[in-house]
Design a protein around this ligand. Sequence first.
Ligand SMILES: [Zn+2]
Ligand SMILES: [Zn+2]
Length: 360
Amino acid sequence: MSKTATAAVWNGPADGFRMANVALPTLAAGEVLVETRAATLCGSDLHTIAGERETPLPTVLGHEMVGDVVGVGGRVETHDGRPVEPGMRVTWTIGASCGKCRRCVRGLPQKCVALRKYGHATMTGEWALSGGLASHCHLVAGTGIVAVPDTMPDALSTPANCATATVVCAVRKVGVTVGETVVVTGCGMLGLTAVAYLCSIGVRDVVACDVDAARRSLAEGAGASAAVAPDELAGAVRELTGGEGAEAVLDMSGSNAAITSALDLLAIGGRLGLVGSVFPTSAIGIVPEAMVRGLLTVTGVHNYAPGDLVEAVRFLDEQADRELFGGFVPDTFPLDRLDDAVAHAVAKRPPRVAVDPRQG
Ligand SMILES: [Zn+2]
Ligand SMILES: [Zn+2]
């Protein structure tokens, strides 16, 4: 094995990416070295690259990825207790947590006081290879590692550890059950995944909403009962629920307009899950009396716990229609054409663009 990794180092919007050789780490106990097979550009990566989101510099961006284990420090187990061994294809949680602090103990490891987050760390410390846009990634202790079944193509498994696991967590936190009508606002990767996941667990009607016609058509392909523009949403929900309203709304758009109208879509006892607002937003008004009399619940969801990633991999693996999720990641670029990959993601707006560090 070569002693260095190749990384696309992000130096901020003014300087962009620079390819660099980075020494491979000496693994401590509990650590794992992975050779990256593919990484996808998440919306938050694109926000960072556009200068809309702060990140420590310099850094290796990318946190949606899959790779092969090439080194293990001592005995390390997957989240479900299997020994991690060289050659195993794995995905892992977006953050490594301590497991002991008050937040970890309360089941909120994604908010651990000592959280180390992949694709969000400065390279200047001992954790130079923390991101997906590099030939290797250094998994630190406290990471939830999940084996990827041999049956899953890389393109299907890559978004598991951000988009899919976040969707699974949102559905768990909002408490969606069979027989309900659920609205999904915003049909990028998270919204499309939510539509497919809600359909797979037997939700009666899933209503998708997006301003973009191409994304509405992808949402129909993912199983939505209706995929509508924002001005058609209230009518579609009234029609499907006999005027009762939707039992739940999951907002993946982060749009304050979508969130404000979502409150009016809810049935008595309805739940609103806010997932998409992961950038600075302004305040919106609520009517406390409507919240009280409507028995409404609003839940914020950010990232997820390791069990959600296990469920995400299970769900993706059971997808009979692999072409659906393959279609969400239509294009793959080599790492040395990363600037082209970013330009393509911005111009064409497919749900995801993949980067394969082994190509080129
Ligand atoms: Zn992400
Ligand atoms: Zn902790």
